[in-house]
Design a protein around this ligand. Structure first.
Ligand code: PMP
Length: 429
């Protein structure tokens, strides 16, 4: 048989066809060939433990999801201008996970398309243009989604903050100005003051319940509970971006907004919804759907197609059949405990945070107690050498992120933590 091509060959080949801003993970990128559940396999015979990828939510290439897609692809694929059972059946099933007030759904093909649509609908509903966003938030790659994503527009290479955007400080109890029990309320009061002082006609407030790209930062407890009513009293609507946090990943709750004890007016879904098949959705109230329906036709060539509906349905059934939300909770508790023990041992771990199987480790410098990009990158790349995949993110790219497929086991968690222990042990030798 032909000898396998080198990693460098694959990198060069990519450069032939794609722009330099199509990034690749790790100092030594992975030429991946197959994946199953929480494992990925490269073209050189190596197995990787995937503690990173949250899109294959119920497990890479889960047979039930694969089979559902294959079966439907062989039977019918068309668009929402035709009638087929799978469309309302899937909508009914997905909406059964939401509070009753959220009873309408719009199906698209990515989280970005969903964010874009949500902003458009908020503007249609309120007839206003302003959008209040969270510092370090990320909502997608379309122009509209970038406009509401501080993570992108405030990047030194970004386009800057546009005039219709109002940015609130992230309610972060680790780095932020409030750290105590009442931090959520204090942050909310500041945000409300900002809203009132701005005199901007704010159509919507958009945020993630745990700010993923910002470095897995959970909104301070009680923040949304105090802020949402003020947004509404001011005439705006409240949007929760559940692209990262939804579908049971947080363990205690199926949706991240539940942890904040609020009900949004609109929810954005993506990533895990199709286990890797490109899907996204906006879920909203009857009133917002009605306002939007006064405008031009809504149509998406692929959104809500029968194959996507069959796959989305299989994902939900698998979460239920395999008790994946409770697995996220139990394994998440064990993982958090083990990481907490590691934090006691190594002063470079400043914080362990998150919920269920959506966790972050803040890596800091022992002396300055500031973010330490270099050690975080070192740990990530050393883990990769030992065939464990995790990522880094946050404004200083200094937060180790772990958000594995929900079939991840306590043994898997222990392997990750033991390996970080080994890497840091050697680092401090
Ligand atoms: N919202 C959040 C919170 C995300 O993390 C992402 C993707 N990282 C998106 C929206 C955009 O989703 P997509 O990449 O599917 O367009």
């Amino acid at each position: 048989s032909k000898a396998p091509k080198s990693i460098d060959w694959h990198i060069e080949r990519r450069k032939d066809y794609f722009g330099e801003n199509l990034s690749i993970s790790y100092q030594s990128p992975i030429f991946v060939q197959k994946a199953a559940f929480q494992y990925m396999y490269d073209g050189y015979g190596n197995t990787f433990l995937d503690a990173y990828n949250n899109i294959p939510h119920v497990g890479h290439c889960h047979p039930k999801v694969v089979e559902a897609g294959q079966r439907q692809m062989a039977q019918l694929n068309t668009n929402t201008r035709y009638l087929y059972d799978l469309l309302p059946a899937y909508a009914e099933k997905l909406l059964s996970y939401f509070p009753k007030s959220l009873n309408k759904i719009f199906l698209v093909n990515s989280g970005s398309a969903a964010s874009d649509l949500a902003i458009r609908m908020a503007k249609a509903h309120t007839q206003w243009d302003g959008i209040m966003v969270t510092e370090h938030g990320y909502h997608g790659n379309t122009q509209t989604s970038i406009d509401v994503s501080d993570y992108k527009f405030s990047n030194p290479k970004g386009q800057g903050q546009k005039g219709h955007i109002l940015k609130t400080p992230i309610p972060d109890t680790y780095w932020g100005k409030y750290k105590n029990e009442d931090a959520g309320s204090l942050y909310a009061k500041d945000a409300i003051a900002l809203l009132q002082e701005s005199e901007m006609a704010v159509a919507a407030f958009i945020s993630e319940p745990i700010v993923g790209c910002g470095g897995q930062v959970p909104l301070a407890k009680g923040y949304l509970k105090e802020l949402y009513p003020a947004i509404r009293a001011n005439g705006g609507i409240c949007i929760s971006d559940e692209v990262q946090t939804g579908f049971g990943r947080l363990g205690d709750h199926f949706w991240g907004f539940e942890a904040q004890e609020v009900i949004p007016d609109m929810v954005i879904l993506g990533k895990p919804i199709g286990n890797g098949h490109p899907m996204g959705a906006v879920v909203c109230t009857q009133e917002i759907a009605d306002s939007f329906a006064k405008g031009v036709e809504f149509f998406s060539s692929f959104g809500g197609n029968p194959v996507s509906c069959a796959i989305g349905m299989a994902v939900l059934e698998t979460i239920e059949e395999e008790n994946l939300q409770s697995n996220a909770k139990n394994v998440g508790l064990c993982y958090t405990k083990l990481l907490g023990d590691l934090k006691q041992k190594y002063p470079c771990i400043g914080d362990v945070r998150g919920s269920g199987l959506f966790l972050g480790l803040e890596i800091i410098s022992e002396k300055t107690l500031k973010q330490n990009h270099q050690i975080a990158q070192y740990i990530k790349n050393e883990l990769r050498k030992r065939h464990i995949l995790i990522s880094t993110d946050g404004p200083f790219d200094s937060v180790l992120k772990t958000k594995p497929p929900l079939c991840f086991s306590s043994e898997n968690a222990k392997e990750v933590v033991d390996t970080i222990d080994h890497i840091l042990g050697k680092y401090y030798q």
